[in-house]
Ligand binder design. Structure first.
Ligand SMILES: Cc1ncc(COP(=O)(O)O)c(C=O)c1O
Length: 388
């Protein structure tokens, strides 16, 4: 996956559509990132923290029992085993180091499921930065445990969205961008997915490409052909998928990003601009519509611009799965492999379960699936939904 063009676009998607006050701040982030990413000392410090703090490389686990049941070979890239419980920490540590290099003293973040908020609060504590996390009021309720974790880590969690709004990731991102306007000199906006104005979709993908690069090397060692047939990941904004795909985009492996049926920017959306970038969004012709998914991390009405570009070019495809299918996948992975996946990650597995043995995923295929996070944060919600 290459660089965006000079205007920050991947094909027709991306760009930088912002209030005047934020344009210089984004330009500064872009220049600082390009400088840092070419500085061996910065890259070495980032990889040192990934190894000694995050616990990378994360393993590639073969699911023998579930694979046999589905008639495929199934390998999981275990981002659930990264410190803080998801892939979000890879990006956050990169951005926190960048913020320090830019002389910033505070991180501002939005969060949906809370995984990105927890990771940001963690990195801020590690590097001695202040931290404010904006979170939709609905998400604060359904991810209560993560709110407490962020506060324990020293972050301030600010409810986003007034009563009557969905109170999810869209409102949290609005609030974080608004807060950044008045603090650009001292704060860095640490966005949690491959979303937002240029350079964020590119920068976040680069900080997540470690997933795909590790997985490619691990697959090369394990598999006779050196490559899986299919690479699968869930897509909210699309950061774990973008990082995974970055390792395989130049191979013959098929790339599959799985969206939640109620938050499917690619298959259900139309062109629009939100949160500073052009992509496809769920909208009714007048307003951006609310996304509805059991999984807070996939409850976003759009998708990162690079995924739209990959879809438009036909290099990746983006099926959807329902809440019920995701819950069934949680049960299956827990019962056959002893792994409790995050609801987000369960969407990727749900597609594999549905497609296995059909023309979409023939018997005997080898599948590499990024398990983006662990399900501890979701246990409460899983119990509520399975018992109804
Ligand atoms: C565990 C987990 N996986 C996936 C996602 C979706 O984000 P992305 O599409 O950026 O990987 C989230 C978002 O909060 C998450 O917490």
């Amino acid at each position: 996956m290459g660089q965006p063009d000079a205007t920050g676009r991947f094909g027709d998607f991306g760009g930088r559509f912002l209030p005047e006050a934020l344009v210089p701040a984004c330009r500064e982030v872009e220049a600082a990132f390009l400088d840092a990413w070419h500085d061996p000392a910065f890259v070495a410090e980032y990889h040192r923290l990934l190894a000694t703090y995050v616990g990378r490389p994360t393993p590639l686990t073969e699911c023998v029992r579930l694979g046999e049941r589905l008639g495929i070979r199934l390998l999981l890239k275990r981002e659930d085993l990264a410190h803080t419980g998801s892939h979000k920490i890879n990006n956050v540590l990169g951005q926190a180091l960048l913020a320090k290099r830019m002389g910033r003293t505070k991180l501002i973040a939005e969060t949906g499921a809370g995984s990105h908020g927890v990771a940001t609060a963690t990195a801020a504590a590690l590097l001695g930065l202040d931290c404010t996390v904006h979170m939709g009021h609905t998400d604060m309720r359904r991810q209560e445990l993560n709110v407490f974790r962020m506060e324990l880590l020293g972050a301030e969690v600010v409810p986003a969205g007034v009563p009557g709004t969905a109170g999810t990731l869209k409102e949290a991102t609005n609030a974080a961008l608004r807060a950044w306007v008045s603090e650009t000199e001292t704060a860095h906006y640490c966005i949690g997915s491959v979303l937002g104005p240029h350079p964020y979709p590119y920068l976040v993908r680069e900080f997540q490409r470690v997933i795909g690069e590790e997985a490619r090397a691990q697959a090369a060692e394990l598999l006779p052909s050196g490559l899986p047939d299919v690479v699968v990941a869930c897509v909210g904004g699309g950061s774990n998928a973008a990082g995974t795909f970055a390792g395989f985009v130049d191979t013959t492996a098929e790339l599959v990003g799985v969206e939640a049926a109620g938050g499917a920017g690619i298959s259900g959306g139309t062109p629009g601009i939100l949160h500073g970038f052009r992509s496809h969004f769920l909208q009714d012709g007048v307003q951006i519509s609310e996304a509805h998914s059991i999984s807070a991390g996939l409850d976003y009405p759009g998708v990162g611009p690079e995924h739209m570009h990959l879809a438009a070019e036909g290099r990746a495809r983006y099926p959807t799965v329902t809440d019920a299918e995701a819950l069934a996948a949680v049960r299956a992975l827990a019962a056959t492999e002893g792994i409790l996946p995050a609801l987000e990650s369960a969407h990727a597995l749900a597609w594999v379960q549905r497609a296995a043995g059909t023309a979409e995923l023939p018997t005997g295929s080898t599948v590499l699936l990024t398990l983006s996070g662990r399900g501890d944060k979701d246990v409460h919600q899983i119990r509520e939904n399975l018992s109804c």
